[in-house]
Design a protein around this ligand. Structure first.
Ligand code: PLP
Ligand code: COI
Length: 348
């Protein structure tokens, strides 16, 4: 942990997607049926009871959002309200008391204010990743909701999520593991979903891909999503968006769809997409997520076959590029935010 007021020197251009020690995190406790006041803490460790439900029964959840440095020196959050709403939905499904809106925003704001030097400047290509999360804590053994919960927020400056960098195409592989069941927890941001996907991602990487692509768990046919992002597809008819009850509703994807519709005039078709039957019609494929941003998918491996997209999968296609430029431009404050998506952080 950095001492308070220590100058930080960060090589903004060479950041990956890693945890960095900062000055402080935000922490609030739910006990006796109510959320208490939150405070900043310099301790990045959680001292929790060994019986905690988060440890045994994965009663925990998280969110991820970013703050972007703008040219005029502000720090801009992208649709943070949506993260709060999604965290509330997640909490409800996991029997976690929802984090009140004021507490969620206080946590984010105070954590950013305290760690302001860790916010990458405009033009660095990096951003400040914000990770709010809730864990069930307290003395327990049986399968029941925790008596107490901790809400924490930490931040970390980050660069590209995928190694190749911002706009290099990634590849995805369909492997023999499902991510989530139809009426399970795929649509919420439960850490358990990610634990179950680790082996799938590792298997995909062993096969030379960057990440796993999950198909629906009932028929093993329709595109669900990738390990850290939703999928967007460009066909001759416009933008094809895989619909599924088992995927995380991606805030990035919905923004890209809105841009495609209103700025690029594309027709949007959101429906179940049969990978094997329809892959030949895919012109461009992209993965959308906060960490991933909007990255081109150059290839999908399925059943031992490699399907490539725009220009043999060697570069981003024109629609993906335009969507990325507009979206990233809005996020950095370079492109007018017609949609009301940007919320500047109160830095005082
Ligand atoms: N799908 C999964 C499994 C994710 O982890 C994420 C990242 O949050 C997304 C999709 C993209 O969601 P968002 O764009 O809201 O970050
Ligand atoms: C995000 O994009 O914010 C996520 O939570 C994905 C995670 C796997 C890093």
């Amino acid at each position: 942990m950095n001492e308070a007021n220590t100058e930080v020197e960060i090589d903004w251009g060479n950041l990956g997607f890693d945890y960095m020690d900062t000055h402080a995190s935000f922490s609030a406790l739910y006990a006796n049926g109510a959320w208490g006041d939150g405070t900043l803490t310099e301790d990045p460790y959680l001292a929790i009871h060994e019986g905690s439900t988060s440890v045994h029964y994965a009663q925990q959840c998280f969110e991820g959002l970013k703050a972007y440095g703008s040219q005029d020196g502000r720090l801009l959050l992208f649709r943070p309200e949506k993260n709060w709403e999604r965290m509330a939905d997640t909490c409800e499904r996991l029997m976690i008391p929802p984090v009140p809106r004021e507490l969620f925003f206080e946590g984010i704001t105070k954590c950013i204010q305290r760690n302001r030097e860790f916010a990458p400047p405009y033009g660095s290509g990096a951003s400040l990743y914000i990770r709010p999360f809730v864990v069930g804590i307290g003395r327990n053994l049986g399968l029941r909701p925790a008596p107490e919960f901790l809400f924490r927020v930490f931040v970390s400056p980050v660069g590209p999520y995928f190694k190749g960098g911002k706009q290099s195409p990634i590849s995805l592989a369909v492997v023999d593991y499902d991510r989530s069941a139809t009426r399970g927890t795929g649509h919420i941001k439960a850490g358990a979903n990610y634990a179950g996907a680790l082996l799938a991602s590792a298997t995909a990487r062993e096969q030379g891909a960057d990440e796993a692509l999950f198909l629906d768990s009932q028929q093993n046919a329709y595109i669900d999503e990738a390990g850290s992002s939703n999928i967007l597809i460009v066909t001759e008819d416009g933008l094809l968006v895989p619909k599924s009850p088992a995927i995380l509703p991606s805030i990035t994807k919905f923004a890209a769809m809105e841009i495609a519709r209103s700025e690029l005039g594309l027709k949007i078709d959101e429906r179940p997409v049969h990978l094997r039957d329809e892959v030949a019609s895919f012109i461009e494929v992209a993965a959308a997520g906060t960490a991933a941003t909007l990255v081109p998918v150059g290839a999908i491996h399925v059943d031992g076959q490699k399907h490539t997209f725009y220009n043999g999968g060697t570069q981003a296609g024109p629609i993906t590029e335009q969507l990325y430029e507009i979206l990233a431009g809005i996020q950095r404050g370079d492109v007018e935010d017609k949609f009301g998506w940007i919320q500047p952080v109160d830095l005082d």
